[in-house]
Design a protein around this ligand. Structure first.
Ligand SMILES: *[C@@H]1O[C@H](CO)[C@@H](O)[C@H](O)[C@H]1NC(C)=O
Ligand SMILES: *[C@@H]1O[C@H](CO)[C@@H](O)[C@H](O)[C@H]1NC(C)=O
Ligand SMILES: *[C@@H]1O[C@H](CO)[C@@H](O)[C@H](O)[C@H]1NC(C)=O
Ligand SMILES: *[C@@H]1O[C@H](CO)[C@@H](O)[C@H](O)[C@H]1NC(C)=O
Length: 379
């Protein structure tokens, strides 16, 4: 009895102190970009200034714009802090060590290759060639700086956390902007999930042992989507949330296929800890029960925007001259339209680390080995 009691007491400490994670590698888009799009901007690869380079982006915590599409920290920042690691350096902007990891995520990027969209006549002049497969190439380019021999890499990546995603928001957005129908966009989803599955499998073959695979968000709840694709039919809106049902169904379809893919990968690679990082459930809860999270403002209104029903206006967006943020972003779910506030990201990060928003909470996943070691040493 006494032994069990001691073990339970020691668990929270194991999660944060005696941690096995010494580096984090992240692949994704603006939900996790910590400065890569800005770096491309300064290399003149974007078609103009990037809004996240201007206040009020970064008004909280950093007190200056960092390239994060947020008022403060993102989910990966909270995860890095939970492991006492430095915030992830953006791969395209950093000139220094990557011993504690690297961030390959680029705002605006799709999961699917550009060629996929070009072949379907859905290309876009603002496209950056920074898709998931390109980010994987950057990882392979970086790898020799981290470890050399197979054994060396196995040891290094044993202590690494990999985070793949979110991917999907931009794949959907690009396709809808090109005028594709819902059915066409839906037909892209299996390809997107396959791309994510292949990327995860590639990381496993490189030695990754702990991987968070991110879900897609409820696309029909994004204030940007609600503003750009309004419906005159009240029935198109979920009465409980005010979100657009058909776009949410698209996300649910992606998440269902993603779960199937992860189930298959778990079966194929039982030694790997695969974690589903949920977005759909927390983001729906924020809108259904906002007050439980301290979101006292109308939950589908954005904090930083240029007016309109959802305070989102694409030609007068956050970061542009004359567009101000709300007084207290932590009372809002959404920061600028498609992106969440630091407060909302914080809830999701905690849910990934400790549950309930991950089927295997990250801290449980990374402590299960040390936990069993602890049990033997106590005996
Ligand atoms: C980037 O664009 C700016 C403005 O158009 C120009 O002044 C600058 O020289 C360009 N930089 C590079 C590296 O091309
Ligand atoms: C990176 O840092 C090194 C020294 O730490 C310096 O010599 C080099 O010029 C830097 N490269 C860039 C692109 O800033
Ligand atoms: C591609 O899309 C454009 C604009 O949506 C349209 O005018 C053009 O006919 C399309 N081409 C093909 C080959 O589908
Ligand atoms: C994107 O970059 C990759 C190499 O990183 C290249 O193979 C591919 O052709 C590029 N795609 C486009 C559309 O430029």
């Amino acid at each position: 009895m006494k032994l069990v009691f001691l073990l339970l007491l020691s668990l929270p400490c194991l999660g944060l102190g005696n941690t096995q994670i010494s580096s984090i590698f992240s692949f994704g888009n603006s939900y996790t970009d910590t400065g890569n799009l800005l770096a491309l901007g300064s290399m003149n690869q974007t078609q103009g200034p990037v809004v996240s380079d201007f206040p009020p982006y970064g008004m909280n915590f950093f007190h200056e714009p960092t390239g994060r599409f947020c008022d403060g920290r993102l989910i990966i920042d909270f995860i890095a802090q939970a492991f006492n690691l430095p915030l992830l350096p953006p791969y395209l902007a950093h000139n220094g060590s990557y011993q504690n990891g690297a961030n390959f995520a680029v705002s605006g990027t799709t999961g699917l290759d550009l060629s996929f969209f070009v072949e379907r006549n859905a290309s876009n002049p603002f496209f950056l060639n920074t898709t998931l497969d390109v980010q994987l190439e950057w990882f392979m380019e970086l790898k020799p700086q981290l470890c050399t021999s197979f054994e060396d890499c196995r040891i290094f990546f044993r202590k690494s956390l990999f985070i793949v995603g979110e991917f999907g928001i931009n794949d959907f957005s690009v396709a809808f902007m090109a005028g594709k129908t819902l059915a066409e966009v839906r037909s892209y989803v299996p390809y997107l999930v396959k791309t994510i599955e292949k990327a995860v499998e590639k990381l496993i073959k490189e030695g990754a042992l702990t991987i968070v695979v991110s879900e897609n968000v409820p696309f029909g709840c994004l204030p940007s989507v609600l503003s750009l694709y309004p419906s005159s039919n009240e029935k198109d809106y979920d009465p409980q949330t005010g979100c657009l049902i058909k776009y949410n169904e698209l996300s649910l379809y992606q998440n269902k296929l993603l779960r199937k893919a992860v189930t298959w990968l778990r079966w194929r690679y039982p030694h790997v800890r695969l974690i589903i990082g949920e977005y759909y459930r927390p983001m729906t809860e924020f809108v259904k029960y906002p007050k439980q999270f301290g979101f006292t403002e109308t939950p589908l209104q954005v904090c930083c925007g240029g007016g309109g029903q959802y305070n989102f206006n694409i030609i007068q967006g956050c970061g542009m001259p004359g567009v101000n943020a709300c007084q207290n972003p932590s009372t809002y779910v959404y920061w600028d339209g498609p992106h969440l506030t630091e407060a909302a990201y914080h809830y999701i990060a905690d849910g990934w680390l400790r549950g309930p928003y991950a089927d295997l909470p990250i801290l449980t996943a990374v402590t299960d080995i040390s936990q069993s070691q602890q049990m033997w040493s106590n005996m």
